[in-house]
Write a protein that binds this ligand. Structure first.
Ligand code: YH5
Length: 280
């Protein structure tokens, strides 16, 4: 299956790597390393993007809003100021698909006009105007499941059947998108690990990945450095690579086609090995 991402296309018959680039000052994994004088530092950003591209990232995911547990919302204009210069700079320099991690319709439109190739929305286009804005870009959209909002989502989330509820939610969002003119072929689904889920929910969702893949849409997952790894291994942020690679291996073997990660090179190797074994 070929995903048309603006001017570029992405063959999803082999698993792909999405590299994470945080443009937030409070990112717990980048800890503001891409910032100088209250703005993202474009030189450092470009060096990071170039390295991720050289390491084998097929997609670079740029996010200007922190969605980590407990995060506070950011104004739309602030998000545009963070994301747009980054999209422009990378689009001019690198032959890579740029994804924007945003829920804001104005950010989607502006980023698409400046070279973005994919919209990644942790709120599944639920903000007013988001479905229409995303449809107008013609770009593919990743719909992610989240229960609640980042500020409060980890406060005692309850599900009767987490796999079924996440699957139903994503199918409903996909149906809304399709009736608004976003072709089925442009949608990806993501169960949203860590977004309003306990450790037990995350593990159950992981076991249910083959069922999600079976819905017929390409599936994207992000597990890199997340607290589900910390809870099992008791490791701080910098020590979660092996845990993340184990999960990437399991995800790819379940048929997941895009893995979102901070550790591009190692994840790329993992996906290539899994693909080699799975190929008939
Ligand atoms: C995702 O899964 N995640 S931002 C907490 C962590 C580590 C990492 C406590 N955007 C996803 O990466 N988009 C984010 O440790 C995403 N899928 C999609 N599609 C959160 C994140 C993180 C949070």
């Amino acid at each position: 299956m070929i995903l048309q991402c603006g001017a570029r296309s992405l063959d999803l018959s082999i698993p792909r790597v999405m590299g994470v680039i945080n443009l937030t000052p409070d990112s717990f994994s980048d800890a503001g390393t891409l910032w100088r004088d209250d703005r993202p530092d474009l030189d450092r950003l470009l060096r990071r993007a170039e390295r991720m591209h050289a390491d084998g990232a097929d997609i670079l995911d740029l996010g200007g809003e922190s969605t980590r547990p407990g995060a506070v919302p950011v104004a739309e204009q602030e998000e545009i100021d963070r994301v747009l210069p980054a999209v422009e700079a990378i689009a001019r320099r690198l032959d890579v698909i740029i994804s924007v991690d945003t829920s804001a319709p104005a950010v989607m439109s502006a980023a698409a006009a400046h070279g973005a190739g994919l919209i990644n929305d942790v709120r599944s286009l639920s903000r007013p105007g988001a479905v229409v804005a995303a449809a107008a870009t013609g770009l593919p959209v990743c719909l992610m499941h989240m229960r609640g909002e980042p500020g409060t989502m980890q406060k005692d989330p309850v599900y009767e059947d987490v796999c079924a509820e996440v699957g139903e939610f994503l199918l409903q969002r996909a149906a809304s998108c399709e009736s608004a003119g976003i072709a089925r072929e442009r949608l990806l689904l993501d169960p949203g690990f860590g977004f309003g889920k306990t450790l037990a929910h995350n593990l159950e969702l992981f076991r249910g990945l083959p069922g999600l893949v079976g819905l017929g849409y390409p599936v994207l997952v992000g597990v890199s450095r997340k607290s589900m790894i910390a809870r099992i291994l008791q490791r701080d942020t910098r020590q979660r690579l092996a845990g993340g690679l184990a999960l990437a291996t399991l995800a790819a073997n379940a048929g997941v086609t895009v893995v979102r990660t901070h550790d591009v090179r190692a994840t790329r190797d993992v996906l290539a090995m899994v693909a080699a074994v799975r190929r008939e």
